[in-house]
Design a protein around this ligand. Structure first.
Ligand SMILES: NC(=O)c1ccc[n+]([C@@H]2O[C@H](COP(=O)([O-])OP(=O)(O)OC[C@H]3O[C@@H](n4cnc5c(N)ncnc54)[C@H](O)[C@@H]3O)[C@@H](O)[C@H]2O)c1
Ligand SMILES: O=P(O)(O)OC[C@H](O)CO
Length: 335
């Protein structure tokens, strides 16, 4: 029995990693969970008090104290499935010292919704290229799901994507609980890119709210945003997909409308006149869409997809354009 236990390591110590730890330990399939975080002080606190002091501190942590570590190589070595969950901007830093040999023979799941800066690559491409990691052993965990609602055990749906649907189905069984249902998909590219893009549209949503647009306009913005997502993912990876599925439209909706959204909150602050630095400092959480906006601007130089909302967000965040003027110009282009 001991031998049949899945050994899974979660890499990252933020809200989503903490929520994933909860799902994995609430799920009853036999497994051994390892957890890497960079901060020794946080780790010692969790060992002693069984709660993450910084994120979702109401969650009781049920990982064995000896399975917590700040040594990434050690954690990766022990596990057969590695679940990556540091914000994309810090991924390279977190994986420092890890080589292709360390990942060999393992499966990697990315629960990151961001693009790796400088490389301008989604996580699947980054891991494949930099670690010669086979794409058929790479999975994407996504879906409309806020860590805060997982902490409250509110019913949520995830999507686990893999080129090998059988593998996705096998691993999905380790996440399901009373409050988590996991769909499977074979669209790793569409799932990753849609999750990255929705963060940019949540920023747009927050900016619009801050400068005075109401729910009527927000609905038009989101309706245009899903069309923008479809145009982009169809250009990057043209397969048959239903963009209305939860991993695409669902994720856009939750992030665009929820009180818990980091990206919408960040956009709201930018719309109110905060600088990027002050908004980031105030939040104590990472809004992936800020980094993604710049990366996507670069990636889209190749694809030349018509993306007026992304363009407006980029102009506000990176070209210091006025949110009021930019949104006014954007409004002229929406339908
Ligand atoms: N929070 C959610 O509900 C949720 C849901 C789905 C996916 N995600 C994705 O999960 C990933 C992690 O997001 P999160 O919401 O857990 O993050 P978070 O904002 O809750 O936490 C930030 C994390 O970044 C780390 N960090 C901050 N500065 C750092 C630095 N300089 N170097 C290294 N690490 C640093 C912190 O230690 C912490 O682990 C993101 O890609 C996000 O899009 C989040
Ligand atoms: O809504 P955000 O910006 O907090 O992002 C969190 C998740 O991606 C929602 O699925």
């Amino acid at each position: 029995m001991e031998q049949n236990k899945l050994k899974i390591a979660v890499i990252g110590g933020g809200s989503w990693a903490t929520a994933i730890i909860k799902m994995l330990t609430d799920n009853t399939a036999p497994k051994e969970v390892f957890w890497w975080m960079r901060n020794e002080e946080t780790l010692q606190h969790i060992r002693k008090f069984r709660h993450n002091p910084k994120y979702l501190s109401s969650i009781a942590i049920c990982v064995k104290p000896e399975n917590l570590s700040t040594q990434i190589k050690e954690v990766v070595e022990k596990a057969e499935v590695i679940l990556l969950n540091v914000p994309a901007a810090f991924l390279k830093n977190a994986l420092e010292g890890i080589t292709a040999a360390d990942f060999k023979g393992k499966k990697i799941i990315s629960a990151i919704k961001g693009i790796v800066p400088d490389e301008n690559q989604i996580v699947g491409d980054f891991i494949h290229q930099h670690y010669q990691f086979p794409l058929d052993q790479f999975l994407v965990l996504s879906g409309p799901c806020h860590a805060e609602e997982v902490a409250l055990e509110k019913l949520s749906y995830l999507t686990l994507a893999s080129q090998d649907k059988k593998l996705a189905a096998e691993l999905a069984c380790y996440f399901n609980t009373r409050y988590i249902k996991t769909n499977i998909s074979d669209d790793i590219y569409g799932t990753e890119y849609a999750a990255v893009l929705k963060n940019i549209y949540a920023i747009a949503s927050g900016i619009c709210h801050a400068v005075g647009y109401g729910d009527n306009f927000q609905a038009v913005l989101i309706s245009n945003a899903i069309r923008e997502i479809k145009r982009f993912v169809d250009a990057v990876h043209p397969i048959t997909r239903d963009i209305n599925e939860s991993a695409y439209l669902g994720d856009l909706l939750v992030t665009g409308y929820s009180q818990f959204s980091r990206n919408r909150t960040f956009g709201n602050m930018i719309g109110k006149g905060y600088t990027v630095n002050s908004a980031q400092l105030e939040m104590n959480m990472v809004a992936e869409g800020y980094y993604a906006s710049n990366c996507l601007h670069e990636v889209n130089k190749k694809y030349q997809v018509d993306m007026p909302i992304s363009k407006a967000v980029y102009a506000i965040l990176y070209q210091k354009r006025s949110p009021v003027t930019e949104m006014k110009q954007l409004a002229e282009q929406l339908s």
